[in-house]
Design a protein around this ligand. Structure first.
Ligand code: SF4
Ligand code: SF4
Length: 346
C-alpha cells in the first residue's frame, strides 16, 4: 500500500507517537504571524497549513555554522560529524525541489560527507501547499508540486490527508499510523484537484518565459542596464541569499585556541551579495561593485548552477527573497521579465 489515507486526528496521534520516539522531530510551527521549522515537542504545534517559513529547511542539512574538524598540535585532525536521525515534517514542494538540487550539488565532484550524512539521516515528510504565500511563484518555476526526494508526501483533502510513501523510510512511518487505509479513487481525485489548483495558483509573480529559456536569455544580458538600475538601491545586506533554499555558498575558517595548540575548522553560510564575499588573498575583491554582485546572484540562479545540474533552474519560486528585500529589488521574476522586454529570444 504505497498511497493511503489517514484522518487528521489519526495523523496527530501519529505525530505524538513520533515526538516520543528516538528520532529528532522537526516541524513547521507558528512564530508570531510567521512560520518557522523548529524542533517539535507537542503535536498540537505542527502547522501544515502554513504559507511559507522564514528560512528554508536546508539548515537541517547545511547548518548556518558547523564545525568540520578539530585539530591539535602533534595529533591527527578529527572530522566532527553527528549522525542524528531526524524527521522533517511539512516540507513544501518548492523546498523539496531545492533539496533535490542540493543533493546533486553536494554529491557530485567533491562528495560532501557532512551534508550527505545529514541528508541520509533525514526522513522527509513533504506536504502540498494549503495556503499560498504572498510572493510565491512556484507555478512559474514548475515547482508547485514535486515527485521525488520525499519519503512521504501529504496532501490535505479536508478532514484527511492522502499519504504517498514511495520509500522504505516512508513506509516505516506509515506503519506507525494507526487507522491508515488504502486511498480510495475519490481520495485520489481530491488530491489531483489540490495539486492542479496549486500548479495554476501559486503564481503571485509571473515569469514571462519558460524557466528553461533563462540560461539562453542570460547569455545575452551580461551588459543589460537592469543590473545597475536595481543595484543602485541594494544595501548589500545579503538577506536574499540567507533566506534562499537554493543558495548554498559557505565560508571556511580556522579558529585556533589561545595557547596555539588546538583549534577547529568550521564553515558558515556566506552570500554573494555581501561586500566581502569575493575578497581573496591580498585584499583583492573581484566583485567589488554592487551591480556585479547583484548580477552574479541572478546568473547563479538562471545560468551557472543550471549548467551543473542538467539545466534545472536554481530558483524554485518560494518568494522568500521578494519578502526579505527591504529595497524591493530582489525579485528574480522582475529582473528576468525586464530583460525579456528588450531581448530577442531566438
Ligand atoms: S537585493 Fe535586497 S536583500 Fe539582497 S542584498 Fe540587496 S538589498 Fe539586501
Ligand atoms: S531566488 Fe528568491 S524566490 Fe528564488 S528560490 Fe531563492 S529565495 Fe526563493
Amino acid at each position: 500500500m504505497s498511497v493511503s489515507t489517514v484522518t487528521k486526528d489519526q495523523f496527530k496521534a501519529f505525530v505524538s507517537a513520533l515526538v516520543g520516539s528516538d528520532q529528532k522531530v522537526v516541524g513547521v510551527q507558528a512564530k508570531g504571524d510567521k512560520f518557522a521549522f523548529g524542533e517539535l515537542i507537542d503535536a498540537d504545534d505542527l502547522r501544515l497549513d502554513y504559507d511559507v517559513t522564514i528560512l528554508p529547511p536546508k539548515k537541517y542539512m547545511l547548518p548556518q555554522k558547523e564545525t568540520l574538524l578539530q585539530f591539535e598540535v602533534g595529533g591527527a585532525a578529527q572530522t566532527v560529524e553527528k549522525g542524528v536521525r531526524k524527521v522533517l515534517l511539512g516540507v513544501h514542494p518548492y523546498d523539496m525541489v531545492a533539496i533535490n538540487q542540493m543533493d546533486e550539488l553536494f554529491s557530485q565532484g567533491e562528495y560532501d560527507t557532512h551534508y550527505m550524512n545529514r541528508r541520509k539521516n533525514t526522513t522527509i515528510v513533504a506536504c502540498d501547499v494549503v495556503t499560498p504565500s504572498e510572493n510565491v511563484f512556484a507555478s512559474s518555476m514548475n515547482t508547485a508540486t514535486c515527485d521525488k526526494g520525499f519519503d512521504i508526501l501529504l496532501t490535505d483533502i479536508g478532514d484527511s490527508y492522502v499519504v504517498d510513501a514511495p520509500t522504505d523510510k516512508g513506509q516505516a512511518l506509515v506503519a506507525m499510523m494507526d487507522g491508515a487505509a488504502e486511498a480510495t479513487d475519490a481520495d485520489l481525485d481530491k488530491r489531483k484537484a489540490v495539486q492542479e489548483k496549486n500548479i495554476a495558483d501559486l503564481n503571485k509573480h509571473e515569469l514571462e518565459c519558460k524557466p528553461s529559456y533563462l540560461p539562453k536569455l542570460l547569455e545575452k544580458a551580461y551588459e543589460h542596464p537592469v543590473w545597475e538600475e536595481k543595484a543602485r538601491l541594494c544595501y548589500s545586506c545579503g538577506s536574499c541569499n540567507q533566506v534562499c533554499p537554493t543558495c548554498y555558498c559557505f565560508d571556511v575558517q580556522d579558529e585556533v585556541e589561545w595557547d596555539l595548540k588546538s583549534g577547529c575548522r568550521y564553515r558558515a553560510w556566506d552570500g554573494c551579495l555581501l561586500e566581502n564575499f569575493a575578497t581573496v588573498a591580498g585584499d583583492h575583491n573581484f566583485r567589488k561593485k554592487r551591480a556585479d554582485r547583484f548580477r552574479h546572484r541572478l546568473y547563479r540562479k538562471g545560468k551557472y548552477v543550471p549548467s551543473k545540474i542538467g539545466g534545472q533552474i536554481a530558483c524554485v519560486g518560494c518568494g522568500r527573497c521578494v519578502s526579505a528585500c527591504t529595497a524591493h529589488i530582489a525579485n528574480p521574476v522582475d529582473v528576468y521579465n525586464t530583460i525579456l522586454e528588450t531581448t530577442e529570444l531566438s
